[in-house]
Design a binder for this molecule. Structure first.
Ligand SMILES: Cc1cc2nc3c(=O)[nH]c(=O)nc-3n(C[C@H](O)[C@H](O)[C@H](O)COP(=O)(O)OP(=O)(O)OC[C@H]3O[C@@H](n4cnc5c(N)ncnc54)[C@H](O)[C@@H]3O)c2cc1C
Length: 268
């Protein structure tokens, strides 16, 4: 069991991890690729105190700091955060991790689901080829996504499924069926499939942690970065504007301090 599990990998997550480690907490960070972080895409940073770097170089610096701070780094996408009553269970692919508290540092989150995505989740819609691919062995499936992970998952599915339709370009998608998925409509064309794998960098917050309140900005938080679920904190772009590095780093720091306080109070 970790004291604090951080979902993210960008500057908000790194800031939270460094602070939590400085406070002597055991920390795990679940993160996707460095390329998926906002900072990595920035041409040149000119408004972060003490730093004047291009985004890639800044990201690499943060990654180095993260690797050296003693946190356990877990590569992958967190699929769900479950409240276990006193601790939290976090599913990452087929693996499961437990922590006393969780910090969400997800970057800008995309709440909108494709029509049918929520309705058929677990009934033919999957966010994880490693977890669910074998359920569709010998069947025809579709995969939506253009990240490195999406291409890897499509290659894996091709080894076990009879046919894999990979949609890497953005277009209008809709998923339909009866008890289970039977059709993916992509760009106005219907494709008969048994499953649709949706491999996005982030997962809708409402699917990630059930019951987490949002406001018009993003995940609803108070000044201590506490969310509506005691023990879950949030930081960075996922809590809303301004989408700026200094704000994300500051919120990561506050979220970590608040998580430390939460753990201490629970232990008293
Ligand atoms: C092109 C560009 C230029 C910019 N220029 C500037 C600038 O000059 N100055 C400035 O202050 N700000 C700038 N910004 C904004 C700044 O980069 C962001 O505000 C900041 O990086 C946000 O950090 P974050 O940690 O909140 O999110 P991110 O850096 O987006 O990191 C979030 C990470 O969480 C991961 N993640 C999400 N869901 C999951 C999950 N379920 N499981 C595992 N991982 C997950 C994502 O893949 C991503 O890697 C710029 C942004 C862009 C895109």
């Amino acid at each position: 069991m970790f004291d604090i599990l951080i979902i993210g990998g960008g500057i908000a997550a790194v800031s939270a991890a460094l602070t939590a480690r400085n406070r002597g907490k055991s920390v795990a960070v679940v993160s996707g690729s460095m390329e998926s972080q906002s900072l990595y895409k920035a041409e040149k940073i000119t408004n972060y105190p003490g730093v004047e770097l291009d985004g890639k170089a800044f990201s690499e610096l943060l990654q180095k700091q993260l690797e050296g701070c003693g946190a356990e780094l877990i590569r992958g996408r967190a699929l769900s955060v479950m409240n276990l009553g006193g601790s939290f269970g976090v599913a990452v692919g087929n693996d499961f991790y437990e922590a006393r508290s969780v910090i969400l540092a997800l970057g800008i989150t995309r709440e909108a689901l494709y029509p049918g995505e929520g309705e058929f989740l677990g009934r033919g819609v999957s966010y994880c080829a490693t977890c669910d691919g074998m359920l569709y062995k010998g069947k025809k499936v579709a995969l939506i996504g253009n990240s490195k992970e999406a291409y890897e998952d499509a290659a894996f599915l091709r080894e076990i499924c009879s046919e894999v339709l990979h949609f890497a370009e953005p277009m209008r998608f809709a998923i339909s069926g009866g008890m289970k998925v039977d059709t993916l409509t992509a760009g106005g064309v219907d494709y008969k499939v048994d499953a649709v794998f949706i491999i996005k960098d982030s997962i809708s917050v409402s699917k990630l942690a059930e019951g987490l309140e949002r406001d018009k900005n993003g995940i609803a938080v108070d000044r201590s970065m506490a969310t509506s679920i005691p023990g879950i904190f949030a930081a960075g772009d996922c809590t809303g504007k301004p989408y700026q590095l200094a704000k994300a780093a500051g919120e990561g720091n506050i979220a970590a301090l608040s998580a430390c306080e939460y753990i201490q109070k629970k232990g008293e």
